[in-house]
Design a protein around this ligand. Structure first.
Ligand code: ATP
Ligand code: MG
Length: 788
């Protein structure tokens, strides 16, 4: 027995119900934070299955993270039962992987198409590959930084421009070089039978655009497409949806197929991924892109107190050119916002942890009810240190994640290379790890053979006896390696479980043994991490539903057991997105530390918004740039609206950034909060060393949050601070114009050499090698450096 209509519509207001039961034309639900968009989308899926008898396999729902997908699926299953399992609820990336595994062989790029066992390269793999590309093209890595080039390439892909388009569009030397980089980078990916994350989307779109049969298959299959967080889709993702859902008068047989029913939900004020190519226009232009679209507006917020909402509305109100919204709550005013000005970041972390202690002791809250947000991953470290010392249970979401650790990456490289020997990045990573006597010279000889005979690096290893100039000892080592890999590959071919393959790899390769022999204490932790990875693989192999690529329909029929490649896929996708680990068994849980970007879509009874300093949040990069500043402000809006009952805001007067302590003025977002909503616990910072004399004259006054009373602050804010902010956004003093190689002197670090430069004008950042002090990244606008 399925749920009744009443059960499906229970706990929804009028416009929410309208969205759930809507039929036909494309539907856009626009609404502010916490108004129930995600709830509506989830209910609609249940409604489609239960009331409209949609086949679960005909539903495609897109969420922003894997975690959100898992939750949505679970929720729908609770409502309509297990048959919901075969719906596709996933991120764009996961959905595209599933399509490409089936169809990519049909996309033949000049005769050397991809195979369906392609690898997925993550950020670190991409960087390595880009470094190889720099070598290929003889580019100076100090001038052409892999990170910057990857960003450029990513933008091209998000705009669906392939290397040819990019080459055609290049308008100057720099762009021509970048286009050449893009071309080589793509060629290398193809040789490695690997795709990066942006390729997943771009290739799927190309597939649908270029192959009408494939497009029709998926158009007929997906009768319902639903997209959460639509404001953060980029052009390629938009194009994908368009391919599936736009009205297309006739299909291949000249027969008209009704387009899929499309529902997107989003909030233009929460668009925070412009730097990844997200385009707010997708939501603003929905009605033009999908003629005859229906819009539904939700205005009641069910998440937060009125105080929190008023604060959020007030901040976002400073953005220009947005549609004003009337978001209201009937949850009552609730507690006032608590503010704290800390001496430094340790003091800030201490305040946060003491306050959490108090709330959990006296306020009846659990650590799990609390989240601490910050602008950049690096800010988590101090919280972690203080929390560990005080015994506050916590987890960090994002940051240096499990899957980024060296030993985990090594182990995964072994597995990836077994599945796809053409994957050169993985192969080279482990070729001599642990050391087995295959040195750089041997690698060069093998590479020469590969180049000469136009074969893959792996093929060349197998034919190493033909490699000119290869020493006998190296040849023996290589032959041993090849024999081992082939033996392991036969396990994989036989369909062995991922955990068994992994354990065998770790033993046969001597990897674990080499760690166990070492007396570096870190290596002990590494062994533990590998054990953890085996446990992850075991859990995965035990639960066939867990595989994102295994079509649940096939799994149900018992035809596909999850294999090694399914495991790798899961890992690649999990490691990419801000995956949130499950709460521990213990029901009081732990405090969550996360960046603001990761917090999207979530909610917590208590939220600490930390590091509210100009130059931290808003980020230094955004200070002189209106669009970027507005994006930072949307991020602030996202942060504030995560809180249900209590919001804390804090900043540190002095913060160590990149090694040097910085005196950052208070965030301009603090000035945008209504003063009467904030209860400042501490405004008198003990610090009086306001800035350095060579900073903008206004900065002392603007940091006055620490020295002014609330009343003084009220008078002082707005106009005076705005004028001051403008002054601050300009370089305070002559910035040295630097080139890599220049010698400089820094007030506290002494003599150094410039190794790299990023950004321009007031956003210029130099990486400077100060010898024994190490390499520091310094924002030139502030850094006391002089060119020698
Ligand atoms: P965001 O923009 O942050 O993603 P959202 O619009 O997706 O927010 P939801 O997360 O769906 O909002 O809902 C916010 C909270 O309000 C959730 O706890 C949800 O269960 C609750 N909620 C939504 N609609 C109602 C309703 N009609 N009655 C009671 N609670 C509701
Ligand atoms: Mg939501």
């Amino acid at each position: 027995r399925g749920p009744t209509r009443e059960e499906l519509l229970e706990g929804l207001n009028e416009p929410q119900r309208a969205a759930v039961v809507h039929e036909g034309a494309p539907l856009l639900v626009v609404a502010g934070a916490g108004s129930g968009k995600t709830r509506v989308l989830t209910r609609r899926i249940a409604w489609l299955i239960s009331e409209r008898k949609a086949h679960p396999g005909s539903i495609l729902a897109i969420t922003f993270t894997n975690k959100a997908a898992a939750e949505m699926k679970e929720r729908v299953e609770e409502l309509v039962g297990k048959r919901a399992r075969i719906m596709w609820v996933s991120t764009f990336h996961s959905a595209c992987v599933r399509i490409l595994r089936k169809e990519i062989t049909a996309l033949d790029f000049d005769g050397t198409g991809f195979k369906s066992n392609f690898s997925i390269y993550d950020a670190a793999d991409q960087k390595r590959l880009m470094t190889l590309v720099c070598n290929d093209l003889d580019l100076d890595p100090r001038r052409y930084q892999p990170g910057a080039m990857l960003h450029w390439v990513s933008n091209q892909k998000n705009e669906l421009k392939d290397p040819e388009d990019a080459t055609k569009d290049a308008r100057n030397n720099l762009e021509e070089t970048y286009a050449a980089v893009y071309t080589t980078y793509q060629r290398r990916l193809r040789e490695a039978n690997a795709l990066d994350f942006d390729d997943l989307i771009m290739f799927t779109v190309h597939l649908l655009q270029q192959l009408p049969e494939v497009r029709e298959t998926y158009r007929r299959r997906f009768r319902h497409v639903l997209v959460d967080e639509y404001q953060d889709t980029n052009h390629a993702q938009y194009a994908l949806i368009h391919q599936l859902c736009a009205d297309n008068p006739e299909d291949l047989d000249g027969e008209r197929v009704e387009p899929a029913e499309l529902m997107v939900v989003g909030d233009a004020d929460q668009s925070i991924y412009a730097f990844r190519g997200a385009n707010i226009r997708n939501i603003l232009d929905f009605e033009q892109d999908f003629p005859n679209a229906t819009s539904i507006l939700l205005e009641q917020n069910y998440r937060s107190t009125q105080t929190i909402l008023t604060a959020a509305n007030s901040v976002i109100g400073h953005n220009k050119g947005r549609k004003p919204k009337r978001l209201w709550s009937d949850a009552g005013d609730g507690a006032r916002i608590v503010g704290y000005v800390a001496d430094d970041e340790r003091d800030e972390a201490r305040f946060v942890s003491e306050e959490i202690d108090r709330l959990t002791d006296e306020g009846g809250l659990r650590p799990a009810d609390v989240a601490v947000f910050y602008r950049t991953n690096a800010q988590s470290r101090v919280f972690e240190e203080v929390f560990i010392r005080l015994g506050m249970p916590y987890k960090v979401v994002g940051g240096v994640r499990f899957y980024e650790r060296r030993e985990v990456r090594d182990a995964l490289a072994y597995l990836r290379m077994l599945v796809n020997p053409a994957d050169q990045v993985s192969l080279r990573r482990i070729l001599n790890t642990p050391k087995r006597g295959i040195g750089d010279r041997a690698v060069a000889c093998v590479q020469a053979l590969a180049d000469r005979d136009r074969i893959t690096f792996w093929e060349a290893l197998r034919r190493a006896q033909d490699a000119p100039g290869l020493a006998t000892r190296s040849l023996t080592a290589i032959q041993g390696f090849v024999a081992m890999v082939e033996e392991l590959q036969s396990m994989v071919d036989a369909g062995e479980r991922a955990d068994v393959v992994l354990e065998t790899v770790l033993a046969r390769s001597g990897y674990v043994a080499s760690l166990e022999e070492s007396d570096d204490p870190q290596d002990e932790t590494r062994v533990e991490n590998l054990a953890e990875l085996v446990a992850v693989a075991r859990e995965f192999s035990d639960d066939p539903q867990a595989g994102p690529s295994a079509d649940p329909a096939d799994v149900d029929a018992g035809t596909v057991a999850p294999g090694l490649s399914d495991f790798l896929e899961r890992v690649a996708l999990v490691a990419d997105t801000d995956q949130i680990p499950d709460a521990p068994e213990d029901d009081t849980g732990v405090v969550t530390l996360m960046t603001l970007h990761t917090a999207k879509g979530l909610e917590f009874p208590v939220v600490f918004l930390t590091g509210l300093e100009d130059g931290v949040f808003p980020h230094a990069r955004a200070l002189g740039d209106q669009p970027e500043l507005e994006e930072e402000r949307r991020l602030a809006y996202v942060g504030v609206t995560r809180a249900r009952e209590r919001l804390y805001i804090s900043r540190a007067v002095v913060r160590s950034a990149w090694g040097a302590p910085a005196h950052n003025p208070g965030s301009r977002f603090l000035d945008e909060l209504p003063v009467d909503l904030v209860d400042w616990r501490r405004t008198e910072a003990a610090q009086t060393r306001w800035g350095r004399p060579d900073l903008a004259s206004g900065s002392a006054a603007s940091s006055g949050l620490g020295t002014l009373t609330d009343a003084g602050r009220r008078n002082f804010s707005s106009a005076a601070l705005r004028a001051d902010a403008a002054a601050r956004a300009k370089p305070a003093r002559e910035m040295p114009s630097l080139e890599p190689g220049d010698r400089v002197v820094h007030d506290s670090f002494g003599m150094g050499t410039v190794v790299a430069l990023e950004g321009v004008a007031e956003k210029a950042v130099a990486s400077i090698d100060f010898g024994s002090e190490g390499v520091k990244r310094l924002l030139l606008r502030y850094a006391p450096v002089e060119k020698l």
